[in-house]
Design a protein around this ligand. Structure first.
Ligand SMILES: NC(=O)c1ccc[n+]([C@@H]2O[C@H](COP(=O)([O-])OP(=O)(O)OC[C@H]3O[C@@H](n4cnc5c(N)ncnc54)[C@H](O)[C@@H]3O)[C@@H](O)[C@H]2O)c1
Length: 253
């Protein structure tokens, strides 16, 4: 077991990649806080993990809410005694709007979830990691955090910020046993399209050509494999970097 006796938090654990990551980590021996807006979804996963002999606790968390984040990290300590691995995975899409069509409320919401929530969780976890001189952070970015042509202006900017935050954190705490890396998934079959609202005709037309080059759509389990690698000692010399997992999509550019 690669994560025996480790305590991990996974945000967005009710669906898609977060669900697959949490399930995989539990099989590898980790105790988990399953955090999501969707309480029913994480409760179902909690039962599944328990039935296969694992340990987890489901928690309703809105990652855009500072109090919920405090509670999420405190829950790991209260239930399992510590925190070793933080997976900041919850995220939402925009509607492919270019900057001239940006709606400021939507911009704020997407940044609160994709970027600020992630920063707040890291901010609260780092003191715990500093005390232990040990800790792993894994941020789910996106190929949209590297390329300008995979989503709208808001999502792209929010995920570019995630990559900047990942690199800065990796560097800042490199001498304190803390590793912080990101995964940049390409197209993965999940429920995220449900968060795409009020699609911009102009934006989606511009993105079509790039989307037409997607070689294949990945599975949440493909990403869980990468997350497990980043969480385990096998990646001990990886820090402040981004692993692109897109089946070769962005190698075209
Ligand atoms: N699916 C893709 O093609 C793709 C590609 C690149 C990056 N990503 C990123 O991967 C991550 C996971 O997305 P997914 O594709 O598995 O999507 P998903 O919609 O299947 O799962 C996301 C989960 O996050 C939860 N969530 C949403 N807002 C939340 C909030 N405010 N607080 C707490 N939980 C919240 C949802 O309830 C859901 O369970 C996201 O950060 C997304 O941006 C997805």
């Amino acid at each position: 077991m690669k994560l025996k006796n480790k305590v991990a938090i996974v945000t967005g654990a009710a669906s898609g990649m977060g669900h697959a990551i949490a399930e995989r980590f539990a099989k590898e021996g980790a105790s988990l806080v399953l955090a999501d807006l969707n309480l029913e979804g994480v409760k179902e996963l909690e039962s599944k993990i328990e039935n296969s002999g694992g340990k987890s606790t489901a928690l309703e968390v809105n990652i855009a809410n500072a109090t919920d984040i405090e509670k999420m990290i405190d829950t790991a300590i209260e239930k399992f005694g510590t925190l070793d691995i933080l997976v900041n995975n919850a995220g939402i899409m925009d509607g492919f709007e270019p900057v001239a069509e940006v709606d400021e409320d939507k911009w704020d919401l997407i940044f609160d979830v994709n970027t600020k929530g992630l920063m707040r969780a890291m901010k609260k976890a780092i003191p715990i990691f500093l005390e232990k001189e040990q800790g792993v952070i894994i941020n789910t970015a996106s190929t949209g955090g590297i390329s300008g042509a995979h989503a709208g202006a808001t999502y792209s900017a929010s995920k570019h910020a995630v990559i900047g935050l990942t690199k800065n954190t990796g560097y800042m705490y490199a001498k304190h046993g803390i590793r912080c890396n990101a995964i940049a998934p390409g197209a993965i079959a999940t429920n995220i399209s449900q968060t795409i609202k009020n699609v911009s005709e102009f934006g989606s037309e511009r993105l079509k050509m790039v989307q037409g080059l997607i070689p294949s759509v990945g599975t949440p389990e493909d990403i869980a494999n990468v997350a497990l690698f980043l969480a385990s000692e096998e990646s001990s010399f990886l820090n402040g970097t981004v692993i692109t997992a897109d089946g070769g999509w962005t190698s075209a550019f």
